[in-house]
Ligand binder design. Structure first.
Ligand SMILES: CCCCCCCCCCCCC/C=C/C(=O)SCCNC(=O)CCNC(=O)[C@H](O)C(C)(C)COP(=O)(O)OP(=O)(O)OC[C@H]1O[C@@H](n2cnc3c(N)ncnc32)[C@H](O)[C@@H]1OP(=O)(O)O
Ligand SMILES: Cc1cc2nc3c(=O)[nH]c(=O)nc-3n(C[C@H](O)[C@H](O)[C@H](O)COP(=O)(O)OP(=O)(O)OC[C@H]3O[C@@H](n4cnc5c(N)ncnc54)[C@H](O)[C@@H]3O)c2cc1C
Length: 667
């Protein structure tokens, strides 16, 4: 989408592109229809002044939050007035581009009711939620426990005499703490609490608790609720009202417990269904799968800014060429930037695959087939962990790649980082999630002689071969073979998992020994996830990629795989599968890939199709007119509202006019 002012400082870069840009845009959007919807919604948001992002980083929290409520309300009105479909509505909210209560309402409250509510409960709650007659949040985490869901303390005690649950927060640490949308906006909370019937604790279950009046939005009796306070960074996640919530013996009807997985009868009998209790974690799995594409989008925004700016920015020169060099010409800049560009493409491809994996497991669950649930849990948890960590670090790296100007909010990068970095923690702390993957790998290996692993763990079925055969690469171009690359990633992952599994198997099986080995377990989980990312990127390319973009995608795929191989060379070498010389050959191939990316770099980020409005960056502008806009931007700074600064009379003037010798002065 070209929305610059006509001057194109990057025209020379764009003229070098060697692929079909339009076909790439459609590929990255996920298809022609998705592309058209995206384009339409991006323009709709960009052209509506209510959605303006101008000044967001300068607003005080109260104003920022109120403005965010205004935008969310306006988005909803626009969706209704224009009769937008669900997909269009989702896209519109995506382009509004600020975390808000509707993310949790649509992204977790509704999916949790769908996944855990009976049909009757869905009929009762979903119509209200769909028309936003109620606003819901997902209240799981407490002050004392987030990762350890089984350790939550809020109680829901059944009272058969009134057919109600009594919701109670017995300790300070049982206070619900963090749920987005809870602080100020929600009328209802999906509360995870310990179910108690007849003095028996049945563990964690989900309850719909009304928390605010539908008349005047005041908290209901015996409910204490509010916002937890200002968070990291300017703007960023501060548009969200992450909240606290306490119940003091609050009564809710028995039917407000979501009863698809377990029921409490009128006379207080607890009955479990035959479905796995982990389905109660379904809303988290849903969001985790979506987070992979989301990571690609965030990373692609940072990379777009850094690539365009690196093509505009010039520093130094050399005797072979006239003038100064664009910083994108420097190998070090390329070696930091191009792997991130390739990563954004990789996550897009893998994100598409994740969607199909999720659709498949949902279909199976409907048919009461739970067989793939452990693998899907491991995949969603692991890829959520890796992609968010890499993206958060990648945004920060892009900021550094933009030098001093990257540190200005006008670059768009500080706010992007502040909004994104909590993704490493929410929906599961990234280390906790990798430990879940490790447990899955250990279990798979322990059963490998009896149960043939399937899906993303299928390679573990070849553990013997992968543990004995070594890499055959003898010249650089031997690496240009996806089977060779895949085998390297499989062998490294299988060997790392087997090594730690063997060490644990030789031990006493104590928890202390397990703890001692957790760093290696996390490393082996990371290796497994990196294999999935590389293999699914390759697989996606091999299935019907249009001719006009295939070559570039192959280059990006090799760039991604080689950079992963080199960044993790220590692991690959330690497993003994590759030699130092083979790693050195891969390094040379990676440089060849950089040469292939270089003329296409700007077009490859154009293909992400981010509007200037969405990017919100003077450095990443489509037209590359960076300096004019940085300069103009300075005049919007509130300190420049007056020529002589407010505070001069009280604080600057006395300093300048005291005319006293400072006692320690040597002058
Ligand atoms: C389109 C939508 C997407 C858009 C995406 C982008 C938008 C992003 C916006 C999102 C806004 C963010 C809002 C944030 C919300 C939150 O943060 S909500 C709170 C999230 N909290 C967590 O993630 C807590 C993390 N902890 C856990 O998940 C679990 O407690 C645990 C660590 C997994 C441990 O659970 P526990 O019950 O104690 O289990 P174990 O005993 O360890 O394991 C039991 C077995 O269950 C398996 N298992 C665990 N989880 C799952 C699961 N989700 N699904 C399936 N199976 C699961 C586990 O592997 C064990 O299996 P076995 O070993 O075979 O027994
Ligand atoms: C912006 C934001 C939005 C959020 N939104 C919501 C929401 O809408 N609803 C909701 O319910 N929650 C929400 N949360 C809470 C979030 O899900 C939790 O913070 C998250 O799951 C991490 O849990 P914790 O805070 O308990 O971290 P902790 O588990 O206390 O983690 C602290 C450290 O201890 C380590 N650690 C903990 N246990 C182990 C272990 N067994 N082995 C090794 N290391 C360990 C972790 O790796 C981490 O380094 C949100 C959080 C944030 C930051």
């Amino acid at each position: 989408m070209q929305d610059g002012n006509g001057l194109d400082h990057l025209a020379g870069e764009r003229a070098m592109a060697q692929f079909d840009l339009q076909a790439m845009k459609v590929y990255l959007a996920g298809g022609q229809r998705e592309y058209e919807i995206s384009t339409k919604m991006a323009q709709l948001v960009a052209n509506d002044p209510v959605f303006s992002k101008e000044d967001r980083v300068r607003l005080a929290r109260k104003d920022l939050y109120k403005n965010s409520l205004r935008k969310a309300g306006h988005a909803w009105k626009t969706i209704l007035e224009k009769g937008l479909s669900e997909v269009e509505g989702l896209k519109l909210r995506h382009f509004v581009d600020e975390p808000t209560y509707t993310d949790l309402h649509w992204g977790m409250f509704i999916p949790a009711i769908k996944g855990q509510g009976t049909e009757e409960q869905q009929h009762k709650w979903l119509p209200l939620a769909y028309k936003m007659a109620i606003i819901g949040c997902y209240a799981q985490t407490e002050l004392g426990h987030g990762s350890n869901v089984q350790g939550l303390e809020t109680t829901a005690t059944f009272d058969p005499t009134t057919d109600e649950f009594i919701m109670h927060s017995p300790t300070v640490t049982s206070t619900k703490w963090w749920p987005g949308g809870l602080g100020k906006a929600s009328t209802h909370a999906l509360v995870y609490a310990r179910l108690i019937t007849d003095k028996k604790d049945h563990g964690i279950h989900a309850f719909i608790a009304p928390i605010r009046s539908l008349e005047d939005h005041t908290p209901l009796p015996n409910v204490t609720v509010g916002d937890i306070g200002v968070k990291f960074g300017n703007g960023g996640y501060n548009t969200m009202d992450n909240g606290f919530l306490r119940f003091d013996h609050v009564r809710i009807p028995r039917e407000n417990m979501l009863m698809r997985l377990a029921t409490v009868t009128k006379d207080g009998k607890y009955v479990r269904s035959n479905k796995p209790r982990q389905l109660g974690y379904g809303a988290m799995v849903f969001v985790r799968q979506g987070i992979v594409i989301d990571a690609s989008i965030y990373l692609s925004r940072a990379v777009t800014i850094a690539v365009r700016y690196s093509a505009v920015r010039r520093q130094f020169g050399n005797k072979d060429e006239p003038g100064e060099l664009q910083v994108i010409q420097y190998r070090t800049q390329q070696s930091r930037l191009f792997p991130l560009l390739a990563t954004a493409y990789a996550y897009r491809a893998v994100g598409f695959w994740m969607k199909s994996l999720y659709a498949d497991v949902m279909k199976r669950l409907n048919d009461n087939d739970f067989s793939t649930l452990p693998e899907v849990h491991a995949c969603t948890a692991g890829l959520k962990s890796i992609t968010t960590s890499v993206t958060a670090d990648g945004i920060e790296e892009c900021r550094k790649l933009c030098g001093g100007h990257g540190f200005l909010c006008a670059s768009g990068l500080p706010e992007l980082y502040a909004a994104y970095v909590p993704a490493c923690t929410y929906e599961g702390d990234n280390t906790i999630l990798l430990l879940q993957v490790a447990r899955f790998l250990l279990k798979t290996l322990s059963q490998v002689s009896k149960v043939r692993p399937v899906g993303t763990a299928a390679y573990l079925g070849n553990i013997k071969q992968l543990s004995t055969q070594n890499c055959k690469v003898s010249q650089g171009h031997d690496w240009l073979n996806t089977s060779v690359l895949l085998e390297a990633f499989e062998a490294r992952s299988a060997r790392q998992a087997a090594a730690v599994a063997l060490r644990l198997a030789k031990g006493s099986g104590s928890e202390a020994e397990f703890q001692e080995n957790t760093p290696e377990l996390v490393e082996s989980a990371r290796a497994h996830c990196q294999l999935i990312l590389v293999s699914k990127f390759i697989e996606q390319l091999q299935t019907g990629t249009p001719e006009g973009i295939r070559k570039q995608l192959e280059v990006l795929c090799y760039t991604y795989a080689f950079s992963q191989l080199i960044d993790n060379a220590g692991d690959f070498l330690a497993t003994g599968y590759v030699t130092g010389n083979q790693i050195a050959l891969a390094k040379e191939e990676l440089k060849h890939m950089f040469d292939k990316i270089r003329p296409n770099a700007v077009a490859l980020v154009d293909a992400f199709d981010h509007t200037d409005d969405y990017l919100g960056s003077a450095l990443g502008r489509y037209d590359g007119d960076v300096y004019t806009h940085l300069y103009k931007g300075a005049f919007k700074e509130s300190l420049n509202d007056t020529v002589v600064v407010d505070g001069y009379e009280e604080y600057l003037k006395p300093v300048l006019t005291q005319n006293l010798w400072a006692p320690h002065s040597k002058l």
